[in-house]
Design a protein around this ligand. Sequence first.
Ligand code: SF4
Length: 281
Amino acid sequence: MLKVEPAQGYPPEEGRYVRGNDYSPVAVCVILDTFDFAIPPELNGLVMSGVDSGAALSGILQTENTGLEKIICNIAANPNIRHIVLCGRESTGHLPGASLLALHQNGVDETKRIVGSRALTPYLYNIPAELTDRFREQIVSIVNLLCQPGEKDAKAPGLNPKVIEKAVWSCYQEKPVAFMDYTLYDMGAYAEPAIYHKIVSILNQPQQVIDQVSQPGRAKMDTGFLLHKLLPKTNCKECGKPTCLAFAIGLAKGKSRLEECPVLQQPEFAGDRQALARLLE
Ligand code: SF4
């Protein structure tokens, strides 16, 4: 069975993941449905179950744009990875799990929007379309164990470490095995060479937002609605405003400052924060 060396410098993108066996055919993707400064222990436990049971990479996915871009970069850099086990609970804010499935099934359109994703900003601006195509070809199956938002039952498949371990085990069998509705095995490395692609600039917002905000004569209220597209949209109230939209309108009126949103200061939102800062200069 063909196994290859990952690209030099693999994995190119940093993140909240653990590196395991480079020759394993499977990565585990655990959806984060809370803030990244408060990752529930059970989700960290799923990440560790993934890597302990033999995954090449096992980690957390939070966003439908930069988070997915990093996964694509890291997987294209290791042709041995042919399956993804998707687990955890879907996040209603970003819909990253559904966006990953839509990306694999449909790809992106000419604006780099994930076709079929219902997330708010499912744009993959920071990677070439060819890399997305490569990811879709290299990954032969996404084992979808994702739970509904808010699922509390620890025995639900997507929250159950034993089920995830079995899914990982199934992916690296030499002969096909049945796992739930899937037939899984290790078919060996993808036949094309590893691709090393590192994201050099982060731009994860629709360019149209910048274009529209820049139009002369735009009312503050309209601008607030547009700025809102780049905010985390958790409505957590930590900025002192009742909603992200109220905060966005405050930004447009010059009555609020970006630093007042603690969620926006997290690394995952670096691209949005930079874009907002540019718009507000
Ligand atoms: S702090 Fe305010 S703007 Fe930031 S995510 Fe929470 S509600 Fe939205």
